[in-house]
Design a protein around this ligand. Structure first.
Ligand code: PMP
Length: 366
């Protein structure tokens, strides 16, 4: 017999997948670490297990206790999965922009969900961050895991995601592109990768409407950078303690529309139904495609599964309402979708040109 004693044993060891079409279009070798293969369908399974087990060891989480977290949905789902197996209750505060799927998934896993206004600034008592802190004071025998600031988040990726990617790449890679939310994934993974090879270039993907890129470049927290967007998991109105700015070489900002279109494209061209932030990472790749040499080895981290966004980016009506597409078959139009890849160099040039157009035109819209 061969079996896992429970679902937690299946966390991690996610596959690295070569992206053939993307590689041809960008002109280098591109691989994706696809975190949707985790049992909770996102990279957050890794930190949920690690943070809960550390809290148990440190006595912060006691039998029959309640786990509390502020989450855009994925961490909450993973925490509820781990907590239910270990006999804990889960309370998750979420911003009102989260997809309906994520909301229902949280409830399906048995979490209690508190929806908070997405516009509320982080220090507003109504924000999903503040509500989590307040609830942790009100609910007896509860533990606020604090994925934005508790180092266990970064450590989980330093111990698992980083070594997995390094092993899967056979110890040879040149770039790592990853969405930056709490910063746990990019910081932990990159810290490990840079220890293995300091020349690996680390590129953080940030959203328009977020403070991270400017903070990285100027050390200034600029409130004027903050505005609401539709991306989930990427883009911040706070500077999370788990973001290690020293291991990140560069940030790229991406927009809602280009990220959504790119996620849809990954499904059609690579057979990968991945989430909105994965589209953001791919959009970031195309923005810097001129920087790559043909023999570079680039790894993208895709954080979660596309099924969480069926009512958003994979819903044509939602896309139209956002102004992201004009009609159902709009993705066939030259500015929003590349043409079929062909070995013919002139067609390849047209493909690249249409991507550049997509990227520059969508910047303005989002
Ligand atoms: N993508 C998605 C879908 C997420 O939920 C998150 C986490 N908020 C991220 C990317 C960013 O990961 P991290 O918090 O580790 O920076």
């Amino acid at each position: 017999m061969s079996f896992f004693s429970n679902v937690l044993g299946t966390i991690g060891q996610t596959p690295l997948i070569y992206l053939k079409t993307v590689s041809e279009e960008v002109g280098t070798q591109v691989f994706a670490k696809v975190e949707a293969f985790n049992p909770g369908h996102s990279a957050k399974d890794r930190i949920a297990k690690y943070m809960i087990e550390l809290a148990e060891q440190e006595g912060r989480l006691k039998p029959g206790g309640t786990v509390i977290e502020a989450s855009s949905g994925n961490t909450g789902y993973s925490l509820a999965m781990v907590a239910s197996l270990k006999g804990y209750k889960t309370v998750i505060t979420v911003p009102s922009k989260i997809s309906k799927e994520k909301l229902n998934l949280l409830k399906a896993m048995g979490a209690m969900v508190v929806i908070c206004p997405k516009e509320a600034a982080a220090d507003d008592p109504e924000s999903y961050y503040s509500r989590a802190v307040t609830l942790s004071k009100e609910i007896p025998n509860s533990c606020y895991l604090d994925q934005n600031f508790h180092p266990a988040n970064t450590e989980a990726h330093y111990r698992t995601t980083g070594p997995e990617i390094w092993g899967q790449m056979g110890g040879r890679m040149t770039h790592f592109l990853c969405a930056s939310g709490t910063g746990g994934t990019i910081s932990g993974t990159s810290r490990f990768l840079k220890e293995m090879d300091p020349k690996i270039r680390i590129i953080g993907i940030d959203a328009y409407g977020s403070v991270l890129k400017k903070y990285h470049e100027t050390n200034e927290f600029d409130k004027d950078e903050i505005y609401s967007n539709t991306l989930e998991g990427v883009g911040k109105s706070i500077i999370p303690g788990n973001t290690d700015f020293d291991v990140i070489d560069q940030y790229i900002k991406v927009g809602d529309r280009e990220s959504a279109l790119m996620a849809r494209q990954l499904a059609r061209e690579e057979g990968l139904l991945v989430g909105y932030s994965s589209g953001a990472v791919a959009a970031g790749l195309y923005k810097i495609m001129d920087a790559f040499d043909p023999d570079d080895r680039v790894v993208l981290l895709f954080s979660d599964h596309g099924s969480r966004y069926l009512s958003k980016i994979f819903d044509d009506e939602w896309m139209r309402n956002q102004g992201f597409i004009d009609s159902v078959d709009d993705e066939g139009s030259p500015s929003s979708r590349p043409e079929v890849i062909d070995e013919n160099p002139s067609i390849r040039q047209r493909v690249l040109a249409s991507f550049r157009e997509l990227v520059s035109s969508t910047n303005i819209l989002s």
